[in-house]
Design a protein around this ligand. Structure first.
Ligand SMILES: C[S@@+](CC[C@H](N)C(=O)[O-])C[C@H]1O[C@@H](n2cnc3c(N)ncnc32)[C@H](O)[C@@H]1O
Length: 461
């Protein structure tokens, strides 16, 4: 085996040859890869090696000797520590190009399919887009702090502003720090599993401008509960719901099983287009409401509805996307593994007076098999699985079911490519549309249109 050409703490002058998907620049020395944080292609940098492994090393940039024309001034004060926005140093138009290319590369490399990939659809205003804020509390020098964990650690970075989060949510977090200090609320210490206040989660309903604050505590009792509530609602009248979630376990999972409403409503109400949704503190809801509409409009376009279609909505969450289509469809059959989400989906259907939406709790791979046996004939199936993609048994059932059209919504191009390869013996892959749901990070979402028979009309949509 060749010798490793670098050592830890070594300082080197290098030129970056590529940008890889986690936002790091790539350097090669005798075929050995070095991944450099805060680096862009063709830049000349002074770097410091921070970690050495058998097949690669990690490094940080200590001086930019020649900058890329695509490098931009960082907005964020904690960029170096946080690691959340790993593409923030790259101009936004170039971020979109990078995401499009990444999807193309993954599809070609993993599925070996040469499919049409459109340019990634970005945001007009790519800041303050997140409608959900979720941060842990801690104590440093007797002061209450709150913020994200430092990259790859559980050390809290005390943060007063995150540039991709809603600005009022940041104000609520800062205010919570002040009142936790003022009322001497015991802050949770995860190492010793003592204290009480663990996390604050803030959700904003974009259209109605309603906010929900969830305080996660270790114990059921919350010291000075009434004072905290009154301080919060007096200062922020936009808060329409305060929930206490109790998580007594020594775990990294944020939410516990039990929760209660301390103030206001159990739900806040939001809209996507003219469809109304109730959001509870536990439900999965996309965190970028502006791009959610873009994503759903893309699905609507691919669905090309006439009013006569029966649609299966697999991995339906709280039903948002299926209900966005329901007005123009004959029937929606939704399936989702989380029973609370199905409860919300049914409530959401009711809120909109839709009587054509049916939901079942369970694994998509099992419930859709059952629907196949019950001879439910769908015209379109939409799948929107988590990062690990679809279960292969589900893909087999879909192939057997003779459904003319399939729309695959994916948050991971690698598992998407694997599943498309599997489906490509039965479906013609018409086109892939990447959508940027998370500007300044390397994540990319895709919507794929597939047809069981080759269909030129669809191809030209
Ligand atoms: C990426 S989310 C999509 C949610 C929803 N379609 C939306 O747009 O808000 C994936 C969903 O799949 C659910 N899920 C995970 N594994 C599942 C399975 N085997 N069967 C059904 N649902 C599953 C998760 O609970 C989650 O709600």
């Amino acid at each position: 085996m060749n010798e490793i050409p670098v050592s830890r703490n070594q300082i080197l002058n290098v030129e970056i040859i590529d940008l890889i998907n986690n936002g790091m620049g790539l350097v090669k020395i005798d075929g050995y890869s070095i991944f450099v944080k805060n680096a862009l292609p063709l830049e000349k940098l002074k770097i410091k090696i921070t970690e050495v492994k058998k097949t690669y090393a990690l490094a940080e940039t200590i001086e930019i000797l020649k900058a890329s024309p695509h490098r931009v001034i960082l907005k964020c004060k904690i960029y170096d520590q946080c690691g959340g926005c790993n593409l923030q140093h790259l101009d936004y138009q170039y971020q979109l190009i990078m995401k499009t290319n990444f999807v193309k590369e993954q599809l070609l490399k993993i599925s070996k399919l040469n499919v049409i990939v459109n340019d990634c659809i970005g945001m007009e205003d790519c800041w303050k887009y997140r409608s959900k804020t979720q941060v842990p509390f801690g104590v440093r020098n007797n002061k209450v702090i709150a913020g994200f964990y430092k990259e790859n650690t559980h050390e809290i970075i005390d943060m007063d502003r995150c540039e991709i989060q809603d600005a009022l949510a940041d104000e609520i977090v800062n205010f919570m720090k002040t009142i936790a200090q003022k009322y001497k609320i015991p802050i949770y210490n995860e190492l010793e599993h003592i204290g009480n206040l663990r996390h604050v989660i803030i959700r904003k309903a974009q259209v109605s401008n309603e906010y929900m604050v969830t305080l996660v505590t270790k114990e059921d009792k919350l010291k000075n509960e009434e004072k905290i509530i009154s301080e919060l609602i007096n200062r922020f009248p936009q808060i329409k719901s305060i929930v206490q979630n109790i998580n007594p376990k020594k775990t990294n999972t944020i939410l516990g099983d039990y929760q209660k409403v301390l103030y206001g409503k159990e739900y806040i109400i939001d809209y996507i287009g003219d469809v109304k949704f109730a959001i509870s503190s536990k439900s999965f809801y996309q965190v970028n409401p502006v791009q959610t509409k873009v994503l759903y409009d893309q699905v609507l376009k691919y669905a090309n509805l006439t009013g006569n279609e029966t649609i299966i909505d697999a991995y339906c969450g709280i039903g948002t996307r299926g209900l966005y289509l329901a007005k123009q469809a004959k029937a929606i059959y939704g399936v989702e593994i989380v029973s609370d989400a199905i409860k919300d989906a049914r409530l959401n259907a009711k809120l909109n007076n839709f009587t054509n939406a049916y939901y079942e709790v369970g694994k998509a791979e099992e419930i859709i098999k059952k629907w196949q046996k019950e001879k439910i004939e769908a015209d379109i199936i939409i799948v929107d699985p988590p990062r690990k993609g679809c279960d292969s048994s589900l893909l087999n059932t879909i192939k057997e079911m003779n459904i003319p059209r399939m729309i695959y919504v994916s948050c991971d191009p690698a598992t998407l490519a694997r599943d498309l390869k599997n489906l490509s013996d039965t479906f013609d892959i018409i086109e892939v549309q990447p959508v940027d749901m998370f500007p300044h990070t390397s994540h990319v979402e895709c919507v794929v249109l597939m047809s069981r028979v080759k269909n030129e009309k669809l191809r030209n949509m």
